[in-house]
Design a protein around this ligand. Structure first.
Ligand code: SF4
Ligand code: SF4
Length: 315
C-alpha cells in the first residue's frame, strides 16, 4: 500500500529497511550506469554465464574468495589462521588455495600484509545500502543522478532489489535497474513502479547464438523486452559488441530489427568489448573464455552503423 502515488507506505519502508541481500560492490561516483552521478550497487548471482563477462565474481550467488597470487610474498600468515586447512605452500610462494576447503570466513584476509586476498559478497540490509547511497545526495541533486541496482542480475535477489528501490523512492532518489532480462515477467511488474529507468542488456537475438554465448534461452529476455517497451517504462537498451561472437553482419542486423520493432522512443547504447575482468578470473581460479579476444573499434563502429541505418537512436 502506498502513502501517495509511487511512494511506499511506512510499513513497507520499515519492512524494506531490514531486508538483506548479498552485495559484492558498491561503487560511488559512477557516470555510466544511468543519468548523472550515481551510486551503483552490484548484487551477487546471475542466471547467465556470458563468455565475455567482465564481472565474473558476480555470477555465483554465494560469497567467493579472490586470491591475487602475483601479490603473495609467501609470509604464510594465511596458512596459520586458516582453520579449514584450505591454504598450503609447496616450496616457494605463492601459497596454494584449495577452494573445496575454503569456507570464505575471511580470516586470511585480515592477516595478509600483501592484500592478496579478498571476499566477494557481503550480506547487507537495504538500510545499510541506502546509508552509503545517501552520502552523495548533493552530487545526485546537482547532476540528475541517483542509485542504480546492477549485478549480477538484480531480479535474482528480487525482494532485496525491491527493498532498496522502495527506500530510494521514499528518499526521493532517481532509480535505475540494470538487468539481463532473464526473469519472470512478474519480477518486472514488481519493479516497474519503483524504477525510473531500466538499463536492459540485449546480447544476441539468434536463439542458438544466445544459448552458446550465455548459457540460456533468450525467449524470456526478448519477451520481457517487448512487454517492458509496451508498458511505457523508460528503457535504455544496451548491446555489448563482442568480436567473433555477436558482431557478424547477420547478427547485428537481427539485433537492429528486433530493437527497431520495439518502437522509436527507445535509445540504444553500444558497449565495446574490453578485457578488464581478466585478473578477476585468475583471482577466482577460473579460465577466461575470451583470453585471446582483443577489443575491436571496427566491430563497435560497424554495430553503430548497422543500428543507425535501422533508424535507431544511439546514445
Ligand atoms: S577465507 Fe577462511 S577458509 Fe578460506 S582460505 Fe581464508 S582463512 Fe581459509
Ligand atoms: S598472507 Fe598473503 S602474502 Fe602471506 S602467504 Fe598468505 S596470501 Fe601470501
Amino acid at each position: 500500500m502506498k502513502d501517495t502515488a509511487g511512494a511506499p507506505s511506512r510499513t513497507e519502508r520499515s519492512r524494506s529497511a531490514s531486508t538483506a541481500g548479498l552485495v559484492f560492490n558498491i561503487q560511488r561516483f559512477c557516470i555510466h550506469d544511468g543519468p548523472g552521478i550515481r551510486t551503483t550497487v552490484f548484487l551477487k548471482g546471475c542466471p547467465l554465464n556470458c563468455l565475455w563477462c567482465h564481472n565474473p565474481e558476480s555470477q555465483s550467488p554465494y560469497p567467493e574468495l579472490l586470491f591475487y597470487s602475483n601479490r603473495c610474498t609467501g609470509c604464510a600468515r594465511c596458512i596459520r589462521v586458516c582453520t579449514g586447512s584450505a591454504v598450503s605452500m609447496q616450496n616457494a610462494p605463492p601459497v596454494h588455495l584449495n577452494r573445496e576447503l575454503c569456507r570464505t570466513c575471511g580470516a586470511c584476509i585480515e592477516v595478509c600484509p600483501a592484500e592478496a586476498r579478498a571476499v566477494s559478497g557481503r550480506w547487507m540490509t537495504a538500510e545499510e545500502v541506502m546509508a552509503v547511497a545517501e552520502r552523495d545526495r548533493r552530487y545526485y541533486n546537482a547532476s540528475g543522478g541517483g542509485i542504480t541496482i546492477s549485478g549480477g542480475e538484480p531480479t535474482l535477489q528480487l525482494d532485496f532489489t525491491e527493498a532498496v528501490l522502495n527506500l530510494a523512492k521514499s528518499a526521493g532518489l532517481h532509480t535505475c535497474v540494470d538487468t539481463c532480462g532473464f526473469a519472470r515477467w512478474n519480477a518486472f511488474e514488481r519493479l516497474l513502479p519503483l524504477t525510473n529507468l531500466f538499463l536492459y542488456d540485449l546480447k544476441a537475438v539468434s536463439p542458438e547464438l544466445h544459448l552458446s554465448a550465455t548459457g540460456v534461452d533468450n525467449r524470456p529476455i526478448l519477451d520481457n523486452a517487448r512487454r517492458l517497451a509496451a508498458s511505457g517504462a523508460e528503457v535504455l537498451f544496451r548491446v555489448p559488441v563482442i568480436p567473433g561472437i555477436n558482431d557478424s553482419p547477420e547478427e547485428l542486423q537481427a539485433i537492429a530489427a528486433f530493437l527497431s520493432g520495439l518502437g522509436d522512443k527507445f535509445q540504444v547504447e553500444v558497449m565495446p568489448f574490453h578485457r578488464l575482468g581478466l585478473n578477476k578470473y585468475r583471482a577466482l581460479g577460473r579460465n577466461y573464455p575470451l583470453e585471446n579476444t582483443q577489443p575491436s573499434e571496427q566491430s563497435t563502429e560497424t554495430a553503430k552503423q548497422v543500428l543507425s541505418a535501422a533508424g535507431i537512436k544511439l546514445v
